[in-house]
Design a protein around this ligand. Structure first.
Ligand code: 2PG
Ligand code: MG
Length: 434
């Protein structure tokens, strides 16, 4: 008997970190192994990403997932049962063909990604290995550099500030564990600085502080002060990473920074961001321009791409074709890799491979709506991706991921390598004028 044959598949409704319904899938194999995974959900979404199937109507704000569950427990189960879980590509191909749309809108990207990831988990359980080891074998020994949100804005905090993620990253740390210790101090001290100055309003969707700032730049100043208060050297030990998420406040090459009542074109926004790169120890900027502004993204990459990592999220939506097109145009030099933007693990991996082939960096990323599911940590380590973005340093759906990476680092023992400065190896020093 082939113990890897998929015998059962069931979907159930569980709840995410925003209290919204989401999809959990359990896959049983003939040998007795069971794999489980939960789909996450975004708030600032690219128009090109795989879409979650939601029920609509008034109940639960239209966000219930009964139709996605019916697809899992109906036609997906029929198509997948009897397949061999060792062939992830074949399983994912069946999901893609069965869905038949370019964006998983018929079956639901939430349904397909949960099935795809649950199959991988079941296979790893069947061979008695953790998923990261199963995916990467003995090559999997690199712990990613975490980028961790300290302040949340944009779509995650009712646009209190325009910039969505003010993050820190710790390239000077010698281990994942040390990077978290440093980040914990920066997070704590940033909160204290905000509180002492009467600007703390709570926490945003991913656990970062929800601030009362007068300008977006206040966030950069606060990060530098918190880094220094933690006794860390800005730009050497600790650096700043931003997700501008510009699609949320820009369209057609026009951008509106509501906080500062500024209207800018692409070049004006680029100038503002380059001013920040000149004055602050910034190593990475995600979605500096909107998803429809390829010309702006190309010009910004030309101007700043040798100094900072320029990450495409909404702009390339974990899609191999879009990554190849952006790379050919000279837009961006790194890709955010979010499995639920693609809808299957096979397509996610193809996007990662396209980024690597283009000489780009890559960051495996969570979504703003998350759960206790830690699959992305296993993907990052198993696939040897040098950066990981999970949100802030608070709330259990975030800490579950950071803590999982700690466990993996510990189990690797002296074999563990921490990515540290590796992702920024080709760049000019942070905070330095070119
Ligand atoms: C992003 C993510 C995570 P969301 O924009 O990178 O911060 O947000 O999941 O809402 O798209
Ligand atoms: Mg983003």
């Amino acid at each position: 008997m082939n113990g890897f044959i998929i015998t059962k598949l069931r979907g159930r409704r569980v709840w995410d970190s925003r209290g919204r319904p989401t999809v959990e899938v359990e896959v049983d194999l003939a040998g007795g192994a069971v794999g489980r995974a939960i789909a996450p959900a975004g708030a600032s979404m690219g128009t090109g990403e795989a879409v979650d199937l939601r029920d609509g109507g008034a109940h639960l704000g239209g966000l219930d997932v009964q139709n996605a569950l019916a697809n899992i427990n109906g036609e997906i189960r029929m198509a997948i049962a009897g397949m061999d879980a060792t062939d992830q590509a074949a399983v994912d191909q069946v999901l893609i063909a069965l869905d038949g749309t370019p964006n998983k809108s018929r079956l639901g990207g939430n349904a397909t990604i949960a099935v795809s990831m649950a199959v991988a988990h079941a296979r790893a359980v069947a061979v008695g290995e953790p998923l990261w080891r199963h995916l990467g074998g003995f090559d999997a020994c690199t712990l990613p550099l975490p980028e961790i949100q300290i302040i949340g804005g944009g779509a995650h905090a009712r646009s209190r500030v325009d910039v969505q993620d003010f993050m820190v990253t710790m390239p000077g740390a010698s281990s994942f564990d040390e990077a978290l210790v440093w980040t914990a101090e920066v997070y704590r001290l940033a909160g204290k600085l905000l509180e002492d100055s009467g600007r703390l309003q709570g926490v945003a969707d991913e656990g970062g502080y929800w601030p009362a700032f007068a300008t977006n730049e206040d966030g950069l100043e606060l990060l530098v002060r918190a880094i220094e208060a933690a006794g860390l050297k800005p730009g050497e030990q600790a650096a700043i990473s931003l997700d501008i998420a510009a699609s949320e406040f820009g369209r057609g090459g026009r951008y509106r920074l509501a906080l500062e009542e500024k209207d800018l074109d692409s070049d004006g926004l680029a100038e503002l961001l380059i001013g920040w790169i000149d004055r602050y120890p910034i190593v990475s900027i995600e979605d500096p321009m909107a998803e429809d502004d390829e010309a702006g993204m190309r010009r910004f990459t030309e101007a700043a791409g040798r100094r900072v990592q320029i990450v495409g999220d909404d702009f390339v939506v974990t899609d191999a074709k879009r990554i190849r097109k952006a790379a050919a145009a000279g837009a961006c030099n790194a890709a955010l890799i979010k499995p639920n933007q693609a809808g299957t693990l096979t397509e996610t991996k193809a996007a990662l491979e396209a980024a690597r082939a283009a000489g780009w960096g890559a960051i495996v990323s969570a979504r703003s709506g998350e759960t206790e599911d830690v699959t992305i940590v296993h993907l990052a380590i198993g696939w040897g991706v040098a950066q990981l973005k999970v949100g802030s340093f608070a709330r259990a759906e975030r800490m579950a991921k950071w803590n999982e990476a700690l466990r993996i680092e510990e189990s690797l023992g002296t074999m563990a390598l921490f990515a540290g400065r590796l992702p920024f190896a080709g760049l000019a020093p942070a905070g330095a004028a070119s």
